[in-house]
Design a protein around this ligand. Structure first.
Ligand code: PLP
Ligand code: COI
Length: 347
């Protein structure tokens, strides 16, 4: 592809639609462990129709971003945290742990070779998608003995097409995402497959995302299909659902907690019922709400829609606290502000 064609593509990349020229692959076999990473031209991967992943979905993934820094360098945001979460997901899905150094090396290699694909505009970044799946050709149900790990990369703009404007979210009356003891805290493809019907239902109701309620009492907020949730209360404090095993331990969530605490805000991790959110929005106790994640960054939540109607947080616009935390986070990620936590990992 010519440089001019690439620049044109990168001017409006959308999310996850276009991909760079390369991929990194690492094979695993029982008794041999993980092989050395190989950088290859991005290409279809041949698969036997009996590959275990196609039948029993033994698969995990991660998502993180690389940014261009003001001095022209490139940095990833907290890739060590993604490496650790990848291995927690692997453990839950009975897959072998990948050495953290191999995970980081694979990311370095794809960024080095495909660095010209990183969008230069202030909303753009290179989304990195490391993933691993059971490649063993076998139809018995047990943990596989062979796996393939890959990293692909996609230049991206904002996840939601409207940019940073408040989203409307759907409270599914029927579907839950994860039950205690299930796979909610793992980043495995099956969780997302199981959420697609609810996501389609949300879209039919004019909503961008689903907010899942807990599977036991159908009362407390868990998270969105691909993001964690925070509320900002009238005393300036933040509340977010606790990590009890049914939600993903978001790296953005953790970063928001640390940024808010550094700014002197109280942050409580505790159960939040949908009723508390609705009543708080009506009384003014809940001033702002936002979703956060690698893809979504920090996205204000305006309206919550359910079968029994809508409610809106404040005037439905982006909140001041939300946008302030967003600005701080983005500036650290892009090397525009000091990084007191050591989150920015230069490539
Ligand atoms: N929750 C779910 C279900 C997600 O898919 C994601 C995205 O990765 C998140 C939360 C946010 O996690 P992170 O901030 O690590 O991207
Ligand atoms: C991410 O934010 O990295 C995710 O995996 C979430 C998904 C909605 C793209």
């Amino acid at each position: 592809m010519s440089d001019a064609d690439r620049v044109a593509l990168l001017s409006n990349p959308g999310f996850g639609r276009i991909f760079t020229d390369h991929m990194v692959t690492v094979r695993y076999a029982d008794g041999k462990g993980w092989y050395e990473p190989r950088v290859e031209a991005r290409a279809p991967i041949p698969m036997d129709p009996a590959s275990a992943v196609l039948h029993y979905a033994q698969e995990i993934f991660e998502g993180l971003k690389a940014y261009t820094l003001p001095d022209g360098g490139v940095a990833m945001f907290r890739p060590d945290a993604n490496a650790n979460r990848f291995n927690l997901s692997a453990q839950r899905m009975a897959m072998p742990a990948l050495p953290v150094e191999t995970f980081l090396q694979s990311l370095h290699e794809i960024i080095r070779i495909d660095r010209s694909w990183i969008p230069q505009d202030p909303e753009g970044s290179l989304y990195l998608r490391p993933f691993a799946f059971a490649s063993e050709v076998f139809l018995g149900v047990r943990p596989a003995t062979e796996y393939l790990y890959l990293v692909i990369a996609s230049p991206v703009g904002p996840y939601f097409s409207g940019g940073v404007k408040p989203v409307t979210i759907w409270v599914s009356p029927d579907f839950t995402r994860a039950a205690p003891g299930g796979t909610g805290a793992a980043k495995c493809g099956g969780n997302y497959a199981a959420g697609l019907s609810a996501q389609a239902e949300a879209a039919e109701h004019g909503c961008e995302q689903v907010v899942y309620l807990d599977a036991v009492q159908r009362k407390y907020i868990d998270e969105l299909g691909g993001m964690n949730v925070f509320l900002v209360l009238d005393d300036g404090s933040l509340v977010t659902p606790p990590l009890t095993g049914t939600i993903l331990s978001g790296i953005t969530r953790d970063s928001v907690i640390k940024l808010a605490q550094r700014a002197g805000r109280r942050v409580e991790e505790r159960p939040i019922s949908l009723d508390e959110w609705r009543e708080g929005a009506a009384s003014g106790r809940v001033r702002e709400a936002f979703a956060c994640g690698t893809a979504a960054v920090i996205t204000p939540i305006g309206t919550i829609r359910g079968e029994d109607g809508d409610f809106t947080v404040a005037d439905g616009g982006p909140g001041e606290v939300t946008m302030g935390i967003r600005k701080q986070l983005v500036e650290i990620q892009r090397g525009l502000a000091e990084d007191p936590f050591g989150w920015v990992h230069r490539v």
